[in-house]
Design a protein around this ligand. Structure first.
Ligand code: PFF
Length: 447
């Protein structure tokens, strides 16, 4: 069946996986794993994905499936009372626009590294560090140009709609991303350090695991599965009801996890091969890797280009998913045309992105610092530490206490056994809210 505003089953899986697989997997997961010492963190992360991430993913999916509407309407329609005030839960979709603002800036940096990879890569850590520092703190024109290219591409894709825009770009880019990563994995397999990377990622060093590591794992599980933003809810609203959304959701979580682990193995093999530190932090991809690639001559250049192109592909498919909840909101609730909604939401995130990038530059950082954080960090903090956890708590409490259990049971058991439903319901009602509330209060320094 061809529905213009609906995904096909495979289209949904690829688009949701495209949303999930992003900078969070290839850039962030390896460096956070590195910072927390490897194996033990990976194990905690896998548990967080399985018990908490997947549970909330299914929660968003079931709301979207049931209501087949924008986020605000979906809450109202799914609630037991049909109380109109549930529309305020729709606030969560603004996180997507805010995240997209700085995500587009970071994607712009990566794009600039694609171009740099065609030329000469820095050959030592000092030069590489200085080049990155110059880009983000001084080179305003270049950053705006790259951000404009990224934002323009996102707008161009979403203007075409779910089927012709989002589904199609994912059908093209996701297999390409998979191929590039497979190629890089095969190459790292030939390196002596591959086995060191495997044991780093899979033999647990429990001494590094403390409360912070647990929270980082949980936060990462959320971010990587695109939760707490209304994205999964919105995508599921465009998934025909006869599709098994539980199976599709599990597939997405598996693909996302497999890609994070693959990216980790590739990056740690490269780092260990060059004798570099695994705990280099956020600069790992922008500073440590280019130096390693530069030491490998022509082959290094090919690997560098492939690697940064893979990051761009992964990032673009995530970026389009961040804006879609807002577009659907304006289209469904206010009868806006897709064009009008895209112009409004597109220019909002584009301008916010410029504020974010300016706030990192030496010229404007002072005037764009609020409450001790520059605008870039503030947007990151407000979304990942405040709005996304709040949205996740709200979603769990909503489903556990304000929605008819029979309704949920009916939707689930059309596809899976009652036992699976009961496990999910228990997790969503009791376990997951407690875990996230703990994360939330701890991140805010209250606990
Ligand atoms: N899951 C994406 C990543 O790992 O990079 C980030 C993301 C995408 C977050 C979409 C939120 C979202 F709505």
């Amino acid at each position: 069946m061809y529905l213009k505003n609906h995904f096909s089953r495979i289209g949904f899986i690829l688009a949701a996986a495209g949303s999930a697989v992003g900078l969070g997997n290839i850039w962030k997961f390896p460096y956070v794993t590195g910072e927390y010492g490897g194996g033990a963190f990976v194990l905690v992360y896998l548990l967080a994905i399985l018990f908490i991430g997947l549970t909330v993913f299914l929660a968003e999916a079931v709301i979207g499936q049931n209501a087949q509407a924008d986020v605000a309407t979906s809450f109202v329609k799914t609630s037991k009372s049909k109380n109109k005030n549930w529309k305020f839960a729709g606030f969560i979709l603004f996180s997507g626009l805010i995240i997209l603002s700085f995500y587009s800036v970071v994607l712009g940096w990566i794009l600039s590294y694609v171009f740099t990879s065609f030329g000469t890569l820095p050959s030592d850590a000092k030069t590489a560090g200085a080049a990155f520092e110059t880009l983000i703190s001084k080179d305003i024109a270049a950053q705006i140009a790259y951000h404009t290219i990224v934002a323009g591409s996102v707008i161009f894709i979403v203007l075409k709609g779910i089927k012709e825009g989002i589904e199609r770009i994912n059908l093209i880019l996701m297999p390409l991303l998979g191929l590039i990563l497979l190629g890089l994995l095969i190459y790292s397999f030939t390196l002596d350090s591959f086995s060191t990377a495997v044991s780093f990622m899979f033999s647990p060093d429990w001494s590094k695991i403390d409360g912070n590591a647990l929270l980082a794992a949980l936060g990462q599980a959320f971010f990587t599965l695109s939760l707490g933003v209304g994205t999964i809810m919105t995508y599921s609203a465009s998934l025909p009801k006869n599709v098994n959304f539980v199976k599709s959701s599990i597939m997405v979580a598996i693909v996302d996890t497999a890609i994070a682990i693959t990216a980790g193995l590739i990056i740690f093999s490269f780092l260990f091969e060059a004798g570099a530190q695994s705990s280099a932090g956020p600069g790992l991809v922008f500073i440590s890797l280019p130096v390693i690639f530069s030491g490998w001559g022509f082959l290094g250049q090919v690997i560098a280009i492939s690697f940064f192109v893979a990051l761009v592909f992964a990032g673009i498919t995530s970026a389009v998913s961040m804006i879609e909840p807002s577009l659907k909101f304006f289209i469904d609730r206010f009868n806006f045309t897709r064009r009008k909604a895209t112009v409004i939401c597109g220019s909002t995130f584009y301008l916010l992105g410029i504020v974010a990038l300016l706030s990192m530059t030496s010229a404007y950082s002072e005037s764009l610092t609020f409450f001790g954080k520059n605008a870039f960090d503030l947007m990151d903090f407000m979304t990942s530490s405040v709005m996304m956890p709040l949205a996740a708590i709200l979603t769990c409490v909503f489903l556990g206490y304000f929605v008819d259990k029979e309704l949920l049971q009916r939707i689930f058991t059309a596809h899976v056994s009652n036992l699976v439903f009961n496990i999910w319901y228990f997790l969503i009602k009791f376990i997951v809210p407690i875990a996230i509330i703990t994360l939330f209060l701890n991140k805010l320094g209250i606990l």
